[in-house]
Design a protein around this ligand. Structure first.
Ligand SMILES: Nc1ncnc2c1ncn2[C@@H]1O[C@H](COP(=O)(O)OP(=O)(O)OP(=O)(O)O)[C@@H](O)[C@H]1O
Ligand SMILES: [Zn+2]
Length: 620
């Protein structure tokens, strides 16, 4: 029977981590075609990966050929993702939505009426002109400088040329407001895309893309993978944001994949931020927009401590009574605590790694999660002698209680992952805030992203020292960009007040007027300390129900890795979050001057029981 087949193909199962298999068929197929193939008792979707010679072993026959396919670029990018981010090809290709076999490739130009497009200011126009000339660039524009208007002009230009655009935002919390802004200009030509859309909605958007009606797809990470033909532009807004990094396999970084995609497809890539990442600033041409569209006065107040104090309460009250709105940021609840000094604001650091020592009350010790150095719990600050050291932090719920009690009548919007669980709740919360029904937006990281509300006149940033003390080589960058981002949500139309809670005001004050100065100092530090962008990092995660098994896998992997001279094992041991879903977690942090030797070494270790996170951004 099998002798009569003419063609043999290696295929990968879509969404599966399984290795490839070979199937036979009578017809010649293209690489990237999607087929149905039998496996045991089921029929599965698979993608044709490459043509192979007739194998020695028996092969089953391809059941049918579906009417969709991945194009060459999608296949190539998926291959890159699977190798660079250590996933199977089947998992990597499943990020993409395939093209219909009948997809058109020519789009007619669409012109947006001149009069409805935003009129750019002179400095916006200059940045726009510069961006037109570059294949890829970083638009470094202070908060409120009107980066969005520049994007709109760029996307309109693409439409006129019969090209499509992808506009990425870090999270869906930004989509409702951005949707409104984009619809004004692009109407039915723009679609919002994110992973929480219903199947029906997705299907209708895909139809719009196919017919050529939709020319712009805007949304979170997954919008990068929609099947747009004639792609002319990819914008990555808030490019510094860690939400662009996927936390499950394939653990890709959407910003970095966007850059690769742009170069493969000949599409322009514009990364943008008011607080660019060190790596983008270092790698790409920088175009600056250094004035807000509307200049307002900003007054900063620094206070120490870790609680909501009377200064904050009084200020919230004043702004509330004046009919203005406020924003209050609290760091995300961590899974463990650090010791810090209330008096000087410094976190107690590991003497070897300069990262915060985590407090383990149960074991009655402090521990560094990078090098495992431990020491007894201490009570006195080594910097200023103050005693006792503190370890408490406050969550959103407690904060709302305190403020509601002190500021009579104020309506507070809890804006964090515990309360904003659906797209609907998000939309409603933002609507209540926009209409003025609520006057204080109180929450975690979600607050910091791109929101544009004219009426906010007060930003309060709590717990910055906690961020500064995180066990993360980017702790300073994270704290500084957070401060700039949250401060930037206020004062868009009127003068604003910003309260910053930190025991180390000098650090922040040095850079308040100039984020670029911070970038330069930080890059010098990273170069000296040999961290990215001056080195490559990878993190190996090991999780197992049996703790001793997890520990053994960790040690075995470390032993194997020691054979590779060009890579350094920075540390290994229990992960800061020791247990998730009943599995004990261990990790290994690796570093190399160049990425290639690191990739090579990691491709040599057995991947079945470990997970590799290349270019990690999360160390928990
Ligand atoms: N050319 C323009 N004409 C009219 N309004 C403008 C123009 N440029 C900017 N604005 C207004 O200024 C405000 C700030 O602009 P925008 O939200 O684009 O800032 P941004 O650079 O994206 O800031 P962030 O980094 O904080 O997200 C918006 O309300 C926007 O509508
Ligand atoms: Zn240490």
């Amino acid at each position: 029977m099998t002798n009569s087949f003419l063609y043999y193909y290696e295929v990968y199962f879509i969404r599966s981590s399984a290795p490839s298999l070979t199937y036979a068929t009578h017809q010649s197929l293209n690489i990237g075609s999607i087929v149905a193939v039998p496996l045991k008792t089921t029929v599965n979707e698979a993608v044709i990966f490459r043509k192979v010679k007739k194998p020695e072993f028996e092969t089953a026959e391809i059941t049918s050929v579906l009417n969709t396919n991945y194009n060459r670029e999608q296949m190539e990018i998926a291959k890159f993702i699977s190798e660079y981010y250590f996933s199977s090809f089947g998992e990597a290709i499943s990020l993409f939505i395939p093209f219909k076999n009948t997809s058109l490739t020519d789009l007619l130009p669409k012109k947006i009426e001149e009069k409805i497009l935003p009129k750019l200011s002179d400095i916006q126009q200059k940045a726009y002109d510069q961006l037109l000339k570059k294949e890829k660039a970083l638009l470094f524009g202070v908060t409120g400088s009107g980066k969005t208007e520049i994007f709109i002009s760029l996307m309109a230009k693409m439409m006129e040329e019969g090209k499509t655009s992808i506009f990425l935002m870090p999270e869906i919390s930004l989509t409702p407001q951005m949707e409104k802004r984009l619809k004004v200009y692009f109407g039915e030509s723009v679609a919002m895309w994110h992973s929480k859309l219903t199947k029906k909605k997705k299907a209708s958007i895909l139809e719009g893309i196919e017919s050529g009606e939709i020319r712009i797809v805007a949304g979170a990470r997954s919008a990068l993978f929609v099947p747009l033909s004639n792609l002319g532009l990819i914008i990555v807004d808030e490019e510094h944001d860690d939400s662009y990094k996927a936390m499950t396999r394939p653990r890709y970084h959407a910003r970095d994949v966007a850059v690769l995609m742009g170069s493969k497809l000949g599409a322009k890539v514009v990364l943008a931020s008011a607080t660019p990442s060190m790596s983008s600033y270092y790698k790409y041409d920088v175009i600056k927009l250094d004035k807000p569209y509307i200049e307002t006065e900003k007054k900063y107040t620094f206070i120490s401590g870790d609680r909501i104090n009377n200064t904050m309460l009084d200020t919230i009250d004043t702004h509330y009574k004046a009919g203005d709105q406020s924003l209050l940021f609290l760091p995300t609840r961590g899974n463990f605590k650090y010791l810090y000094c209330e008096s000087c604001g410094k976190t107690h650091l590991c003497p070897f790694c300069s990262v915060g020592m985590a407090l383990h009350r149960k074991h009655r010790h402090l521990k560094c999660h990078y090098c495992n150095y431990t020491e007894p719990i201490r009570d006195t600050c080594i910097h200023c002698g103050h005693t006792p050291l503190k370890s408490e932090r406050m969550g959103t719920v407690e904060a709302i209680e305190v403020i509601s009690e002190a500021v009579e009548g104020i309506q507070i919007e809890q804006f964090d992952k515990d309360s904003i669980t659906t797209a609907k709740k998000l939309k409603e919360a933002l609507q209540r805030f926009e209409s003025g029904e609520s006057q204080l937006l109180l929450g975690t990281q979600m607050l910091s992203k791109g929101h544009d509300y004219a009426n906010i006149t007060l930003s309060i940033i709590m717990g910055l020292d906690y961020i500064l003390g995180l066990a993360d080589y980017r702790a300073r960058e994270r704290a500084m960009s957070l401060l700039f981002q949250i401060a930037g949500r206020s004062g868009r139309a009127k003068a604003a007040q910003i309260i910053v809670q930190t025991g180390d005001p000098e650090f922040f004050q040095t850079y308040l007027a100039d984020y670029e100065l911070f970038i330069k100092d930080e890059l010098a530090f990273l170069e000296m300390a040999e961290y990215p962008p001056f080195a490559s990092l990878a993190r190996i995660l090991i999780a197992h129900k049996d703790e001793s098994k997890a520990s053994k896998i960790t040690l075995d992997t470390v032993t194997k890795l020691k054979a590779f001279e060009e890579i350094e094992i920075v540390g290994h041991g229990k992960a800061p979050v020791e247990k998730i879903a009943n599995k004990f977690r261990f990790h290994i942090l690796l570093r190399a001057k160049h990425r290639v030797p690191l990739l090579k070494a990691l491709h040599r270790v057995d991947c079945r029981e470990i997970e590799i996170d290349f270019d990690p951004v999360d160390f928990a």
